[in-house]
Write a protein that binds this ligand. Structure first.
Ligand code: NCD
Length: 302
């Protein structure tokens, strides 16, 4: 197994599949049990280093590490010496001195996990770096697709919306290509980057719906926008939002995904978000199993 998970590109098909299979086994082992803990990582220390806001990912990594009996240290930049101007490097050296076996990092700067890996001895896991990558989200998405549809190879996955600012989309494009799915990116031309290889591009959502097995809606990331990328929220919704009428154009078996947090009523209507085709809540639950598998395999747990 690899030591760090910085990008989806760190994983070849064998390792990615091993993570998904291990996640399934861990879900089976801990799912129905009253005590959800396994002794696998007892005595190991996992640090969650979060420089950006997070609900799902932070809680999910914490739950995953605790279910494997690791000691968990949660660090959020707010309320730490970061607000006194401490650099990432000095923070990393502090964690190193505490003997972190794994550091899970979310950071606003693309590439921060790569830098961190030079400064600590433990494994580095990227929990989202700027607009770059979010590999465990791609793994939990792949896990969810495989659970719902039985396979990944040959699936048509349509990723819709603010691809430009989405680390989720970038990691999904890479991982899904590794696992043999076909990805189509859809959104307004201003929000589709030109540098993404291994994916098709369409600006017409309605045209691709009938052949999609999976439609993954992305949040419009207002906080990363420093210009106006589309005329209005209403116009965006009308062209690229998933609503009941569009959902009806999907094949019977197709699923609708969203990494959360959602702008309900903008990229996805409540009717779709709360429908049986939506996997949004499953994605969160699967995230814990997938992150357990990642920590377990990276730390060589027994
Ligand atoms: C995403 C993220 O933070 O990149 N959320 C998540 O991790 N579940 C997507 C987003 O913020 O829109």
């Amino acid at each position: 197994m690899i030591k760090h998970l910085r990008d989806a590109g760190d994983l070849d098909a064998g390792n990615a599949t091993l993570i998904l299979d291990t996640a399934r086994e861990l879900a089976r082992l801990t799912g129905g049990r009253e005590v959800k803990k396994l002794p696998t990582l007892r005595g190991r220390t996992v640090v969650n280093l979060f420089y950006e806001d997070s609900t799902r990912t932070r809680i999910s990594f914490e739950a995953a590490a605790k279910r494997l009996s690791a000691d968990v240290i949660n660090f959020s930049a707010k309320g730490s010496s970061v607000s006194k101007g401490e650099s990432l490097k000095d923070t990393a050296l502090t964690l190193q001195a505490m003997g972190a076996d794994a550091v899970v990092i979310r950071h606003g700067a693309s590439g921060a996990p790569h830098r961190l890996a030079n400064w600590v001895d433990g494994s580095v896991v990227n929990a989202g770096d700027g607009t770059h990558e979010h590999p465990t989200q791609a793994l939990l998405d792949a896990f969810t697709m495989r659970e719902r549809l039985g396979r990944l190879a040959g699936l048509n996955v349509t990723i819709v919306g603010d691809v430009l600012h989405s680390r989720v989309a970038r990691s999904n494009v890479v991982l899904l290509a590794t696992l043999g799915a076909k990805v189509t990116l859809v959104g307004p031309p201003t929000l589709i980057p030109v540098d993404i290889a291994s994916a098709e591009v369409s600006y017409d959502l309605d045209a691709v719906l009938p052949t999609s097995d999976v439609v993954m809606m992305l949040r419009v990331q207002h906080e990363r926008m420093n210009a106006s990328y589309f005329p209005s929220a209403r116009e965006y919704s009308r062209r690229y939002g998933m609503d009941g009428a569009r959902m009806a154009r999907l094949p019977e078996h197709a699923i609708v995904m969203h990494p959360g947090p959602m702008n309900r009523g903008m990229e996805i209507s409540p009717e779709v978000a709360d429908s049986p085709r939506s996997t949004i809540v499953e994605q969160v639950a699967n995230g814990v199993s997938v992150r357990m598998a990642v920590l377990y395999l990276l730390l060589g747990g027994k």
